[in-house]
Design a protein around this ligand. Structure first.
Ligand code: VIB
Length: 224
């Protein structure tokens, strides 16, 4: 699977093992065949709602760290997509399951959740837009790959709404836009041969760590 840009494909290939653990996690396979217990899914969604609050803050920080209007536009569109669409999806599914928005907002944050979001925010606070985007990319593109694969391979309709959200053309376009942002931000700051610069390996390491934190997040989802 590809189409999310050059830098993403390189970073993913450099993090092959964790990437596979993330995109083929037992939680994901349970969404695919409908065997994921409902309690685990709702627990995950509640944690993910809190996760999205902090991820919206991290994408807002990407606006702060932008150096061009095009970068600000791409980052602010993601902030808007997150708050107006992705968080709405969670509110809707949870409401239908009898979990109110107040309850959702008051969800106590699990350590696996906290570790991931604060890692990403710290990458942005202490670094530049590249450090921040390297930490943000696994979440955006990973769900893009998972959504596309599950739309083709799902054998159950139990989690169809969730799968449809991440396989939708709107979401796939958002992944492509982030891929283009990553490529152009790298080229602007490091040059077209960004792979040969001293910073590249560190950026790949940040991408890998964020991918490992995604694996931990799925694992948390399996243990309500
Ligand atoms: C643990 C976890 N990882 C990734 C996503 C997906 N996601 C989070 S922010 C974002 C970018 C805005 O569209 C996307 C797609 C999630 N929901 N939960």
């Amino acid at each position: 699977m590809n189409g999310y840009g050059k830098a993403f494909a390189l970073m993913r290939d450099a993090a092959q093992g964790p990437w596979r653990d993330y995109t083929r996690h037992a939680f994901v396979e349970g969404l695919k065949d409908g065997t994921l217990p409902r309690a685990a899914f709702l627990h995950y969604l509640r944690q993910d709602y809190v996760f999205l609050i902090h991820f919206s803050r991290a994408w807002a920080l990407a606006v702060v760290k932008s150096e061009t209007h095009a970068e600000m536009l791409a980052a602010s569109r993601t902030v808007n997509g997150l708050i107006s669409e992705e968080m709405q999806l969670h509110i809707g599914i949870c409401e239908a399951a009898g979990i109110s928005q107040d309850e959702l907002f008051a969800t106590p944050e699990r350590p696996e959740n906290l570790a991931y979001t604060r890692y990403v925010l710290e990458a942005g606070y202490s670094g530049d837009l590249l450090d921040l985007l390297a930490a943000l990319a696994p979440c955006v593109m990973g769900y893009g790959e998972i959504g596309t694969r599950l739309a083709a391979e799902a054998t159950s309709d139990t989690y169809r709404d969730w799968i449809n959200a991440y396989s939708s053309s709107e979401y796939q376009e958002a992944c492509q836009a982030v891929g283009e942002l990553l490529d152009s931000a790298l080229t602007r700051r490091l040059g077209a041969d960004f792979r040969t610069t001293p910073r590249w390996d560190r950026l790949c390491q940040t991408f890998r760590t964020a991918t490992e934190l995604e694996v931990n997040f799925w694992q948390m989802g399996l243990t309500p």
